[in-house]
Write a new protein. Structure first.
Length: 94
């Protein structure tokens, strides 16, 4: 009788551990899925931020090029006006 009771207790403990192990596996799988979803969301946000930064940098570069081109045109007109003894506006029109 004592062996049967001992066996029943051992079997109950084994089933409890098995159930606990299954819950642990489920929790670990849920945690892994959540981590993967968070990583994907972070990567998408980083890509969006990088694209916005690249767009901003391109706009700044374009503005700088336009400003540089205008300055070069003004400098060339001033030099021509000085050499030919005319106004800068007339030199720009030439």
């Amino acid at each position: 009788m004592r062996k049967i009771a001992l066996f029943a207790v051992a079997a109950g403990a084994a089933l409890t551990l098995a159930a606990c192990s299954e819950k642990t596996e489920d929790a670990a799988a849920t945690t892994a899925d959540s981590a993967a979803a968070d990583t994907q969301a972070n990567m998408e946000a980083a890509a969006t931020d990088a694209a916005a930064a690249a767009s901003d940098a391109a706009a700044v570069a374009s503005d700088a090029a336009a400003t540089g081109a205008a300055a070069a045109t003004d400098a060339a007109a001033a030099a021509e006006a000085n050499v030919q003894g005319e106004s800068t506006e007339k030199a720009k029109a030439d």
